[in-house]
Ligand binder design. Sequence first.
Ligand code: NAP
Length: 351
Amino acid sequence: MDSWLIYGAYGFTGRLVAEEAAKRGLKPILAGRDPKKLRPLAERLGLPFRVAALDDASALDAALEDIQAVLNTAGPFVQTADPLIKTCLKKRVHYLDITGEIPVFQKAFQLDGEARGRGVALIPGVGFDVVPTDCLAAHVHQRLPGASRLKLAVAGLLRPSRGTLKTMLGFLPQGGWVRKNGQLEAFPLGEGKEQIRFPLKTLDAYPIPWGDLETAWRTTGIPNITTYLALPGSLMGLGGPGIRLSQKAAKSSLLQRGMISALRLLPEGPNEKTMKKEHGYVYARVEQDDGQAIEAWLETPETYRFTALSCLASVDELFRLRPVGALTPALAFGEDFVLKVEGIKRYDTLP
Ligand SMILES: NC(=O)c1ccc[n+]([C@@H]2O[C@H](COP(=O)([O-])OP(=O)(O)OC[C@H]3O[C@@H](n4cnc5c(N)ncnc54)[C@H](OP(=O)(O)O)[C@@H]3O)[C@@H](O)[C@H]2O)c1
């Protein structure tokens, strides 16, 4: 039987994945660096566990012994992906993670040849960022293969977890990006507001450097890509000026450290009720040079709930399809993969 391991299992999102896996009778091995946090979780869920810090190569080797796949949920992934990917390649173990960080995708894709040579799959981004956006980008592109522009937008990130906010704060000083003529280009945060129609309402959205600037480029080859985040109504008062002010503050390493440390005052992530009740939304539009365009939308379970479900669906597909190489989710599992995640609706038109 294929065995797999969740690294970072006691973090907020890792725990959601581990709990959902246990509920389904699956037996992943739980892993992380802190035995005091790992053991109680493993005991509560009745799952085996292995302790390994990422800077301890021999402990990592031992943790990956007799494992066929690792799902990394420990972020920021700029700090965790490298040692795990290195060990996975060495031990011929498949690697998945839930990053949305551009440099992590870039590094993984550079290892495509090595991954193929070792017969393993490296598939970063199997969470809300980027499974639904990547699959929807592939879906609209397949309906308009001559498209030269792609617009992707997400809504519904109502209560980001502490881990997500920490990761975002780390990248905030670098500002925004868009992809133009195949290259990443700086784009000022808080500028370029657009009104985007989602299934329930039209929302104001701002360009943000979402991981799809790398993954959708790899999946579709479309050379001009902008990725937007729609802010909920209550945050719109802050809008562009609020985003610019946060970026300015995060540029000071002292203030950035202060903001990261203040995150412990916030809830760890969305609560059960929010995760049951809320939804995530994704919009994709491709356009040709002659103005012809195609749009599509997805409604998903709440974004963290989606991530847990999507991780489990990815592990299933990995063992069923056995892809190799450094791949985006849509390249690894197909554009319709997102429809295999429970509770997804895809719309090609809106009433
Ligand atoms: N793509 C998506 O849609 C998506 C969805 C959800 C989350 N995420 C990302 O996933 C990451 C985790 O989010 P979260 O909400 O679960 O955060 P969290 O509750 O803060 O958990 C972070 C986990 O990572 C571990 N970790 C961090 N740095 C580590 C290191 N250097 N070595 C070993 N373990 C390390 C932490 O262990 P310690 O407690 O020992 O530090 C903890 O287990 C974030 O980067 C977030 O942005 C992405």
